[in-house]
Structures are given as C-alpha cells and as structure tokens.
Design a protein around this ligand. Structure first.
Ligand code: OXD
Ligand code: MN
Length: 601
C-alpha cells in the first residue's frame, strides 16, 4: 500500500512490534481518504458495528451500539504510570511502569487474532502549527478508526507532518474482550505512550482525546511551558466588529458544547458567536505577551440527550448529517431519537440497547451518556480561525461548574493568582459522563481532575508560573448557570442568554462593566448584566448574584482539607489565597469592630 512506504521507519518498527504481540489477521495503514472511509463503513455495516440510519433523512449518519457495560469513561481503571507515585499525585491511580507492562502485555498477547489491525496516524492541532503533536493509534476497532477520522486530522497529513521523526505518541488500543475485569487505560508520560484495552468507549478508546490531548499533553505542557486544558474556545464578535476570544473549563456534561456553539439571542443584535473548540484547548504564550489557544481536535464528541433546536440549534443542525451516533434510540423510520429531542417521544422505538421501547416502559430510550461524533467542518458556527496555526488570543478564562446553591452567576477573580485559586477549588455536581453516582458534589479543579496527567499540586504551580510568563494574562471568571431558587428551579435561563454574562465579562476585560468587591471576588452590580427583553426580575438577579458569607464557611473549610491532600506540594500562593479568603469571610460575618465590641474590649 502506498502509505506503507511513506510511514516513517519508527512507525513501521513499532507497528511490527505490536503486530508480533497482538497477532492480527491483517494490518491496514490508514490514509484518511474518502475511499477508505467508504470501505470501513461497508465493513462495519456487514459486521453490525454500525447500523445505517435513514440516508434520505440523515445522510452519512450511522448508529453504533456499545456493549451495555461500556458506556462511559472508567476512571477507576485509568492509570498514570510514572517512576514515582508522587509524580502522578493523589489525583491519579498509579502503577509502576514495569508493573503496567507486566499486567497489560498478557492481555494484548494475541488480542487481535482474527481481527484487522488499523494503524491510524493523526495530528492533534492544525497542520503546520507549532502547537501540533503527532500521534499514531493502533486499534482493532473500525468504530474507533471512523471516530478518530472525525475527531482528528487523520491519515497521510499526519505522516507528512511527522516526516522522518520518531517523535509521536504511541497509542495502543484493543477492544480485548470488552470485559471491565480486563479493562485498563494506562498512560506512560515518560515514554509518550498510552495503552488501552477492554473498552470501545470514546474517552477510553479515542486515544487522541482525553489520553493524549489532556493527560499526556498536560505533562508535556509543564515541561515545555504551555497549558493543555479541558476548555472550550469561543469567539465573540461585538456589534462594533471587534473579535474577542474566551476559553472555559467546565466539568463533563455541564453545557460546554452548548456554550461553545452559543447562538446570540434575538435581543442582542449585532453579536456573533464562533466556535473554535468545545472540549480541549492548548494554550501558549505568544510573542505579544498574551496567551494564544488552539483546539487540538477536529471534531465534536458531544452528549446527545438534551440536544435540541431550543438548547443548541448549531449542534442539532450539525448532527443531521455525517454523524456517528452511539447509544441513542432508533425510531421505526430509521432516524435517531433521545430524551430532550424536539420531537415528542415516538410511540415505539428501539432503545439504546436495541430492545423494543415505548414511552410507557419507564426507562430511558437513549443512554444518558449517548454521544454524537461529528467532524467540526459540519458546524455552521465553526470559526474561520479554526485551522489558524497561530491559534487565537485569549481575553478571558471561565471556570464553571454545576452548583445549585452558594455560587453566584458570575464573579471575577482579583488577579491571576486568585483566578488560579478559583480554578483549583472548583467543584461540581456529577453527571453521567463518567461511571459513578450522579448528582454528588465532587472536586474538579480546572475541570481537570480526571485528566491531569501529573500531580495536581505541581499543575497548580505550573498555572501560577504561566500567569507570570505572559505580560497580559487573560482575566479569570467563575460562572454558574445552575443556581436554583427555594423551589429548586433554575433561576437563570442559560443557553444563548449566557451571552449577557459574557458581555459583562468582555466589558470587564476592557476596564468597563460595574462590579462590587465581595469576599469571594468581584460580582456584577444588580444592573450590570443587561436584562432587556429577559424574564429575569431584579429580585431574581439579586438571588443570582448573592454572596452569603455564612454559606461560604463550610466551603472554605472543605478547601483546606482538599489542599491538605497534597501535603507540602500545595503551592504557598494558593495557601495564602485560601487564608485571605477565610479572613475576608470571617470579617464579613462578624466585622472586626463588632467582634471587639462583643468581647467588651
Ligand atoms: C468528554 C468528557 O467526553 O469530558 O468530553 O467526559
Ligand atoms: Mn470533556
């Protein structure tokens, strides 16, 4: 095959080594061509890995049903293998690299017998960019090949970028027997490699994404002076024609894709929103003293339930074509359906497992973590800067999470150090994106807890260092679209209306926008966020922006326990920020003069 002769010697040596171990029936080097895609789809239809959807109504769309116990990332089976446990930190499961090799080698031994082994070269980052890294994924899953094709710049383009170099991430994946008892997702940052066996689920199996572009990339970012973040990148053009870019870190399934594809509300005339990325941002200092970002991915792997014309029109339109759906329901006319679709529940359907379903069955038709995989080029709001090798300059960084109480709609950090503290103390109510309980509060610093490939205390230190490395660091904001009232209802409408909050954020970046200092940061004044045409009363706004120091006492003591996890490694500036916050809260609850009075002094 033509590409075989072009692949770098280092790639071929590694492929030979892995095929000797896994013993596939055939080895196919992927070139990324249309003909190759058509052939692999045909093979998937024949094997049942894909079900063809109605091609008149959903051209280029297919349904994949995963094994029922393989529907989300499995963090307890995910390891970072560094020489010492301290390098991996309490945020990672750790195994000595030699033990990982000893445990996984027997699982890979003969794992591809009777299967085809695909060699998938891919780029994370735009072609020709200083940000970009090359990976090669070996996999025995055609679904993974097709998904990697949508999610990355895949094939010959990556081999051309690599040239004769051996500097690429070695990503080894096999479905194995899909048993959670023999499932491992193992990272070797010191050898630039990932081994994954026993799962076909995106975050476990599309190794360019969470494994390479976050866990390994965070490690490389620390060594090379940049940041790999679990962040969307959004471009906003104001009515005056000026472009602004923000990034935002949100834990999984907190509306990141909705925000990344935001449609300005009709009442905000002249505003435009452009999607650069919905999940991962790589940020580097630019020659101009600002932070610049690229989205290393080339597609979207989004949560389907809840996606509708009302919640995310851009995503909804985008997934009408050239999309692989995983674990959604199938209507009798061959179109997909899910909870939160604009169409009402169909009278009958096949559920995500392929079983007959009716609305009366009392079960979900689509899995709550069912997904779409779609190339970015299908997105109508895709930014013209998407492929720009220089990336885009970042004005503001958002940290957001799902919090029903205590946390205001938005507030601004006093400075980079305080912003790093806000990111480091982020916690969110859990969702279905990872296996485990839904709705419990979990710490998720910078939304990176499951994705930081090294000790998180060192990561915090790296953040502090990066702020100092740029003359004009972005301003940092905390946002929370999910605050509820006493009846448990969301107060803020969210979705497109979030642009109103972003507008205030951009005003703050330009030295405008009204705010008051509170113990936790700078909060907009009641009228600072434009409510024109919005059904949110002044009373609601007060509740949305309320900072009740008494409610923060518990949070602050929890932060102390959290930092204690890292022992001496927690950077002193963050401990200082914590002490300052405690003091401000204490003073707000009982002003020092009152305290003196109480003591009768
Ligand atoms: C994702 C996740 O799939 O964060 O993006 O889980
Ligand atoms: Mn994510």
């Amino acid at each position: 095959m033509a590409t075989r002769t072009i692949a770098a010697t280092a790639v071929r040596h590694w492929v030979d080594e892995i095929s000797a171990l896994t013993r596939p029936e055939a080895v196919v080097y992927c070139d990324g061509s249309e003909a190759e895609k058509a052939r692999i789809i045909r093979e998937c239809l024949a094997s049942g890995e894909l079900i063809e959807l109605n091609q008149q109504k959903r051209p280029g769309c297919y349904l994949h049903r995963s094994a029922p116990h393989d529907v989300a990332r499995t963090e307890h089976l995910t390891f970072v293998c560094t020489d010492t446990p301290e390098e991996a930190g309490p945020n990672n499961n750790w195994m000595p690299p030699a033990d990982a090799v000893a445990r996984l080698t027997p699982l890979f031994d003969g794992a591809m017998q009777g299967r085809t082994m695909f060699v998938v070269p891919f780029l994370m980052g735009p072609a020709g960019s200083r940000f970009t890294k090359v990976g090669v994924e070996i996999t025995d899953s055609r679904y993974v090949v097709l998904s990697m094709r949508a999610m990355t710049r895949m094939g010959q383009i990556a081999l051309d970028h690599l040239g004769g170099s051996d500097d690429f991430t070695r990503c080894l994946h096999s479905l194995g027997d899909l048993s959670p008892d023999r499932r491992f997702i193992v990272h070797f940052p010191q050898n630039n490699a990932v081994w994954s066996i026993g799962s076909g689920y995106g975050g476990n199996a599309l190794l360019g994404k969470k494994c390479m572009a976050l866990r390994l990339a965070s490690w490389f970012g620390r060594q090379e002076g940049w940041l790999a973040e679990h962040m969307l990148i959004l471009g906003l053009r104001d009515p005056g024609g000026r472009m602004h870019y923000i990034t935002g870190a949100f834990p999984s399934a907190c509306g990141k894709t909705n925000l990344a594809m935001l449609v300005p509300p009709a009442s905000m005339k002249g505003w435009e929103a452009w999607t650069v990325g919905d999940d991962i941002a790589w940020l580097r200092p630019g020659a101009d003293g600002r932070l610049w970002a690229v989205n290393p991915e080339a597609g979207f792997f989004g949560v389907v339930p809840g996606t509708s014309r009302a919640t995310n029109p851009n995503a909804f339109e985008m997934i009408q074509r050239n999309t692989i759906y995983t674990n959604v329901a199938l209507r009798p006319d061959g179109t997909p359906w899910w909870e939160g679709h604009d169409d009402p529940p169909p009278p009958t359907a096949e559920d995500w497992r392929g079983r007959p379903w009716t609305p009366q069955s009392g079960e979900k038709a689509a899995h709550p973590n069912s997904r779409f995989t779609t190339p970015a080029t299908e997105c109508a709001s895709l930014s013209p800067e998407f492929d720009n090798p220089d990336g885009v300059p970042i004005d503001a960084i958002l940290f957001g999470a799902r919090r029903q109480r205590r946390v205001p709609l938005v507030f601004e950090a006093f400075n980079w150090r305080h912003g790093t503290f806000l990111g480091a103390t982020l916690s969110s109510e859990t969702t279905a994106a990872a296996t485990g309980k839904v709705g419990v509060l979990r710490r998720d610093p910078m939304a990176m807890w499951p994705f930081c490939g090294y000790n998180m205390a060192d990561y915090f230190a790296h953040w502090l260092k990066m702020g100092a490395a740029v003359n004009a660091p972005p301003k940092i904001f905390r946002v929370n679209w999910f605050r509820t009232n006493e009846r448990g209802r969301f107060i803020w409408p969210g979705f497109g209306e979030n642009l109103r909050v972003l507008k205030w954020i951009l005003e703050r970046c330009e030295g405008r926008g009204a705010a008051v200092d509170t113990s936790i940061g700078m909060v907009p004044t009641i009228d600072a966020i434009d409510r024109e045409g919005l059904d949110v009363s002044g009373e609601d706004m007060r509740l949305l922006l309320k900072v009740d120091p008494a409610e923060w006492v518990e949070a602050v003591s929890g932060q102390d326990d959290f930092f204690a996890m890292f022992g001496d490694r927690t950077p002193k500036p963050l401990r200082d920020e914590h002490a300052m916050l405690s003091k401000r809260i204490e003073d707000a609850i009982t002003p020092p003069d009152l305290r003196d009075h109480d003591l009768g002094t």
